[in-house]
Write a protein that binds this ligand. Sequence first.
Ligand code: AMP
Length: 282
Amino acid sequence: MMIVNTIEEVRNLIKGWRKEGLSVGFVPTMGALHEGHQSLMERAVSQNDRVVASIFVNPTQFGPNEDFEAYPRDLEKDVALCKEVGVHVVFAPQGEELYFPDKATTVHISGITDVLCGSKRPGHFDGVCLVVSKFFNIIQPDRAYFGQKDAQQVAVIKRMVRDLNYEIEIVSCPIVREADGLAKSSRNLYLSKEEREAALVLNKSLEFVKKALDQGERNASILKAAILSCIIQEPLAKIDYVEVVEMESLQSISGDINCPILIPIAVYIGKTRLIDNITYAV
Ligand code: AMP
């Protein structure tokens, strides 16, 4: 496995692979890798001749009061995991490699980024779309792998790929959870012992609502109220949002459900903001 830090190096490697007719998979990450990232990399390795994983804590997707500085970084451990999984190249751009100090281009996908995390984290998806479109242009993969854990991100990236005619298949991978149900996240490292216990309320509330759906409940407002009442029982939890939305458009549903849905939630446990979701095809 190779570790490369410059755009020129990664481009040269990929040019070589292309000459040999090899397919290329790409897994973008911000590092602090766990089994969630691992599942994306394993899928990529199984579906492509060569796999590039990027490790880059992207400053443009963090708001001014968010955790960019505090975000966990452990390149050595991350590199070891990438190697173990069979990734061919780790692309870890450093310093100003990726962004010119006077960069003047933005990538804004409208509508779909105005809701859910987009409304709570202004500019977040502009930062995500800018960095992902740069990676797509540099790497030009056949397939790129994203986690359903960040369901809105998947929807936004798919829209960007469609609207900008990227010839890249977006592969969405299922949420990987801890044994007790908590969705794996690099931010789980921030949780104290009590908070880690309290964080289970996210998955528990989604399990509860899934049972209601299985039993035939189809009213979105009732489902939403059921999740809210579950979460408010946890004193360390503060709700950021709970929604029932159409799977593709992310439009909110208030009445009866008659299409595939996404139920995304964002909850602060202490100071840590966690997200989770379920999808359901009625
Ligand atoms: P991040 O490093 O947080 O930017 O995540 C990189 C990729 O890993 C994103 O596509 C995430 O959706 C995905 N990912 C993060 N956590 C999980 C998880 N628990 N299960 C599946 N995919 C995940």
